[in-house]
Design a protein around this ligand. Structure first.
Ligand code: FES
Length: 158
C-alpha cells in the first residue's frame, strides 16, 4: 500500500515512540489520507507493518470517529450536535442537511459527492453551529442559507 518514501516516513514515526502501538495513530492517519477510509485490509496491513495484533488496530479504528470505517463522499460533512451546537440549531442543521442531500447518517449521495455524519464537539463551540468538511476545514456560525451556499460552492469545485 505504501510507497518507498512513505515506508521511510513510517520508520521515522516508529522511532519517535517507545512502543509500536503508539505509532498506530499516525500510521492510520496516513492510510486514511491515501485511501480516503480504513478498510479491514488496511487494518491488517497496519497491524503487519507495526507487528501488533489486528484486534488492537480494530479497537483503535472503532474508537475514534475521525477514522472512517466506510468509503465517504468527495465531501464528507460532519455536523456537530453537541451541547453548544445543539443550543444554536445543530440538530436542525443536521436534519436540514440530510433532507437537502437526500441521505442519512454515513450514506453517500448517488453521484458520490457528499456523505454526512453527526459528530460530537469539534472544539469550535464559540462559533456554533459548525460543520467540519473532510476532516480538515471548519465552517462556523452556520445557517440553512450558509449551508446551501457551501453546497453550491463544493459542487463547483469538482
Ligand atoms: S459543541 Fe459543537 S463544536 Fe463544541
Amino acid at each position: 500500500m505504501f510507497s518507498e518514501a512513505e515506508l521511510i516516513e513510517i520508520e521515522k514515526i516508529k522511532k519517535r515512540y517507545e512502543s509500536p502501538q503508539s505509532s498506530l495513530l499516525p500510521v492510520l492517519w496516513m492510510i486514511q489520507e491515501k485511501e480516503g477510509w480504513i478498510s479491514k485490509d488496511s487494518m491488517s496491513y497496519a497491524a503487519e507493518l507495526l507487528n501488533i495484533p489486528y484486534e488492537y488496530v480494530l479497537g483503535v479504528v472503532s474508537f475514534y470517529t475521525m477514522f472512517f470505517k466506510k468509503p465517504k463522499g468527495k465531501f464528507h460533512l460532519q455536523i456537530c450536535t453537541n451541547v453548544s451546537c445543539m443550543l444554536r440549531g445543530g440538530y436542525e442543521l443536521y436534519k436540514y442537511a440530510c433532507k437537502k442531500l437526500g441521505i442519512n447518517k454515513e450514506e453517500i449521495t448517488s453521484d458520490g459527492m457528499f456523505s454526512i455524519e453527526e459528530v460530537e464537539c469539534l472544539g469550535s463551540c464559540a462559533t456554533a453551529p459548525m460543520m467540519q468538511v473532510n476532516n480538515k476545514e471548519y465552517f462556523e456560525n452556520l445557517t440553512f442559507e450558509k449551508f446551501d451556499e457551501l453546497i453550491e460552492k463544493f459542487k463547483k469545485e469538482i
